[in-house]
Design a protein around this ligand. Sequence first.
Ligand code: NDP
Ligand code: GDR
Length: 377
Amino acid sequence: MKKIALITGITGQDGSYLAEFLLSKGYEIHGIIRRSSTFNTQRIDHIYVDPHDPNARLFLHYGDLSDPGVLTEIIWKIKPDEIYHLGAQSHVKVSFDMPEYTGDITGLGTTRLLEAIRRSGVKAKFYQASSSEMFGAASPPQNENTIFYPRSPYAAAKVYAYWMTVNYREAYNLFACNGILFNHESPRRGETFVTRKITRALANIIAGKQKILYLGNLYAKRDWGYAPEYVKMMWLMLQQDNPDDYVVGTGESHTVKEFVNFAFSYAGIELEWRGEGIEEKGIVKSVVSNHADYVKPGDIVVEIDPRYFRPTEVEFLQADITKAKQKLGWEPVVKFEHLVKIMVDYDLLQNGIKPKGEGIKISKELGYGWTNHEYSF
Ligand code: NDP
Ligand code: GDR
């Protein structure tokens, strides 16, 4: 019997990779999408098949995490075996601008979904997209026993959703897991998250479409992994005999500035830094000749814009993945430098610039870039 999965947030970075992964495992997939005035399904268009096609295994339903009625109806109708709850207002900085909305969607949205499962009486396993942001100011390395210290409305909403997931597991015997995922990135990462913002700007600068990359805090440290590897973990958690919570990361941590330096250097531009605080600037020291059309030594290419600072920052995240290694036998393949190369290669290609990478497609199905690492599900 084919398994049925429901994914909230299917149009997002993780939702799209997870949908591909579950299709490769033979699942029938249902995704909840929001109605918007412009199409918001770009990340899943390549796997979408007309539902009239007898081979269609991906179905989309309009719904919203603010609307409990539709969540209950969808669950009751499709009776999923597994529910992957990835939908959220997921931007930390935006959560300071929209704290109540973030609490409603990212926090209460989880409760609405859990209640929809309980009230519909459907026996579905549940995955909650918890976040390393919940650790906030707690000292690294962080693991499943680290006490949460959220530093943003987003993180506080995720802590609430985490505990609601635990509560439904304990109160109603629901098979519910929290995946506490550290930052994970890819060519499909939203353009306003820092990694993608950097790799897109770099490619635009080389192509002569942008002069300066404006950033906030260069010294925050993150444990950055590769999204396609992380969605497999979501699935693995739901295949265990018992529900549990797991930290997922690489165990390596780097500053935003290291990301900038490595990305630029990989693309043939060496930077030097001058000034301090909001006066700090990234200046081109040297540039390889085939990228020198629009970039010259002495050009200022990175500046600080305080608008990107957060009222409270999470300074240092680094995962301790001992439990995931021991219990799920999982370890990530793609680490920091490899990840940066994948993303830079992709954004260069978007600008018609042939990347330095060896030009091996990650996989026919994914088809999202070139890299020296062959990834296939
Ligand atoms: P994205 O921001 O790329 O995707 C978020 C998804 O949620 C989109 O599909 C979005 O739809 C949907 N969504 C937003 N608001 C609503 C709403 N009101 N009702 C229904 N759906 C909604 O996030 P990621 O893919 O990066 O992350 C997936 C999940 O994992 C999120 O919950 C995030 O908080 C969490 N997480 C992410 C990490 C990361 O590093 N990526 C790390 C740890 C946790 P639309 O396309 O219409 O906007
Ligand atoms: P984060 O990711 O807040 O960790 O949340 P983001 O990429 O937004 O920020 C990472 C760090 O970079 C610093 N930074 C900037 N960030 C952005 N977005 N834009 C900038 O210009 C900039 N300059 C510096 C930030 O201050 C921060 O320290 C992501 C999201 O995917 C969450 O949903 C998820 O839960 C966590 O990762 C784990």
